[in-house]
Design a protein around this ligand. Structure first.
Ligand SMILES: O=C(C[C@@H]1CCCCN1)Cn1cnc2cc(Cl)c(F)cc2c1=O
Ligand SMILES: [Mg+2]
Ligand SMILES: [Mg+2]
Length: 567
């Protein structure tokens, strides 16, 4: 492709709202253009990379008997009414009305569509299992789109759905998908870890997320060095090993604590450690309020709370709601005397007694509050985030933290949708049963960004060979020089026979050409400059920075050797 005919609007500077490296480089390398917050056009270089990522995804899906389809983005609300999900999503679900006043959603995912598609067809166990997939734009009205393609409002997803007569059959496909995802991420050059994850509202029980390791990642992974244990920190189970440190129970005492609002301030005032303080929080679960107690040095894990109550609707109560229930402000809340709402506590709260807690009166706290005597805990449980260094749930040692970008997720869905939507099949005994389902997503446009996060230097992107937009970048330094232009033209023609070649034939200053080439990040570069008359060119390897002066007669062999060695 001649760059004089291409459309690669590279930038020297980037808007300062581009916080992540991949977002900056996607803009600087002229790969995307934002048309609205979280909404982008993919320009030629990005489109070529997407095509290659998608080709790898297709290959790996078809290798495990996945069959490609394409479903509509326009989804009738009736199907979401059938599944019961129409009311359960808020502003994130992009809804619209057609000219007849009928309600639609722009598809954020396709469980309802695919289930309605197969339920009239797959009626017998003999026709199962089936795995269908698509690669298609998804719409989710993110509150805060950010980091370019990492969190957009319209993005490309490969979503696959499998239908089974038995759990064993689902397990097989789940394993196949797990392996296929590992193949895909390895092939696109991503360093990744599969992690045990939380299935959230989607339902089902068993799910893994695939995390690309990157500082910018919004997810935190808890993993151990000694094993392949890794869990999304939202899910990482805290094994409760009692570490009871009780002192003789003493009388409850109310103390004046002017201006004390946080656990740290209370600890400082009392001359206690933070872990000797117990924080009390009011949480709204569905439409009721509950109190959670947690040690001062721990944090409440909202995903564990959602999972415990099996609902997505879990929010911190607002100040107004708190005053309404406790007639006290946050910062002085406590369990003593609280009877009209249930009290839950993280397991670690059991390890200490004579607790320091809020007195439900501004500027007053209690010391020596004791469960049983002064308040009742309905349930102790694992409600907190694990801390770095604590023992992993599988006993494989202390967990370490790493940041990750969720680039895929595989779910065992079960019968949540097939029951709700009456997608049944006749089993071997001729009995109608709901199909057992799995669903499997890959963030294709997010994967593109994650690869850039992991493959760049200060000058730009460094594409892995497997998904590079071009294999070779031929640059004629000064096309006005006859010898340079003729040789560069010839090399472009010759190498295009066996490689994908980007030819910078523009009337631009050399510096602009080299800057652009570094940004675009094609792995091999042939520079035709002053020595063209002597039939000598420069070859540069983008990954290592190495450069060689090569006689044209040896160029094909040199390029072949360097190309083979590319990662
Ligand atoms: O999408 C999934 C599960 C899997 C992921 C892999 C491919 C198939 N679906 C979970 N999820 C996430 N965000 C959503 C956002 C909105 Cl607005 C919605 F209405 C529904 C969902 C939703 O269901
Ligand atoms: Mg997540
Ligand atoms: Mg997830």
């Amino acid at each position: 492709m001649k760059q004089s005919k291409m459309f690669i609007p590279t930038l020297r500077e980037v808007p300062n709202d581009a916080e992540s490296k991949s977002h900056q480089l996607l803009l600087k390398a002229g790969m995307i253009k934002q048309i609205a917050s979280g909404v982008y056009s993919y320009l030629p270089i990005a489109k070529r990379v997407l095509n290659k990522i998608e080709a790898i995804v297709r290959e790996e899906m078809e290798a495990i008997d996945g069959v490609e389809i394409l479903m509509p983005a326009l989804q009738p609300s009736e199907l979401w009414q059938e599944s019961g999900r129409w009311p359960s999503y808020g502003a994130e679900l992009m809804r619209m009305t057609d000219r007849h006043g009928r309600e639609f959603a722009l598809g954020p995912t396709h469980e309802e569509i695919i289930t309605s598609l197969v339920r009239d067809e797959l009626k017998s166990y003999k026709k199962l299992p089936v795995t269908l997939f698509q690669i298609q734009n998804k719409f989710r009205d993110e509150k805060r789109p950010r980091f370019g393609l990492l969190r957009g409002r319209e993005f490309i997803m490969k979503d696959a759905y499998s239908f089974h007569a038995t759990e064993e059959s689902l397990d097989e496909t789940y394993q196949d998908m797990y392996q296929a995802y590992s193949n895909i991420y390895n092939r696109v050059g991503l360093k990744f870890r599969p992690v045990i994850a939380d299935s959230g509202a989607i339902g089902g029980s068993h799910t893994h997320e695939f995390m690309a390791l990157a500082e910018i990642g919004e997810d935190t992974i808890a993993y151990t060095e000694g094993s392949d244990y890794a869990a999304n920190i939202e899910k990482a189970e805290v094994v409760y090993t009692p570490n009871v440190q009780y002192s003789a129970e003493t009388a409850l005492e109310k103390i004046h604590t002017p201006g004390v609002k946080t656990a740290q301030q209370l600890a400082d005032l009392l001359g206690k450690r933070l872990d000797e303080i117990v924080k009390s929080m009011i949480i709204k679960v569905d439409d009721r309020f509950v109190m959670f107690l947690i040690r001062g040095h721990h944090e409440l894990n909202d995903v564990k709370v959602k999972s415990f109550f099996s609902t997505e609707v879990v929010e911190m109560a607002t100040e107004a709601e708190i005053e309404g229930i406790m007639n006290a402000k946050p910062g002085s809340l406590g369990p003593v005397g609280v009877t009209k709402i249930d009290i839950y506590a993280d397991n670690a709260v059991q390890d200490i007694n004579n607790l320091a807690v809020g007195a439900n009166e501004t500027d007053y706290h209690y010391i020596n509050a004791n469960a049983g005597r002064d308040f009742k805990v309905k349930t102790y449980g694992d409600f907190r985030f694990i801390l770095e260094g604590e023992e992993a749930a599988d006993g494989s040692g202390p967990v370490k933290f790493a940041e990750g970008i969720e680039v895929g997720q595989v779910f065992k869905l079960g019968t949540k949708y097939s029951e709700a939507m009456k997608a049944t099949f006749l089993n071997e005994q001729g009995k109608a049963q709901p199909m057992i389902m799995g669903c499997y997503g890959i963030g294709v446009s997010r994967t593109l960004s994650a690869v850039i996060e992991q493959h760049h230097d200060d000058n730009g992107i460094i594409w892995p060979k497997s998904i590079t937009p071009f294999d070779i970048h031929v640059i004629s330094v000064n096309p006005k020089q006859e010898a340079q232009r003729l040789l560069a033209d010839q090399l472009y023609t010759d190498f295009s026979k066996n490689y994908q070649v980007l030819y910078d034939d523009r009337q631009e200053r050399a510096g602009v050409k080299f800057n652009d080439a570094d940004l675009i990040g094609v792995p091999l570069r042939i520079v035709v400059g002053k020595q063209a008359a002597d039939e000598i060119v420069e070859v540069k390897v983008r990954q290592t920075g190495e450069s060689f002066e090569v006689p044209v007669s040896e160029l094909a062999t040199k390029i072949e050797t360097l190309y083979q060695d590319l990662a």
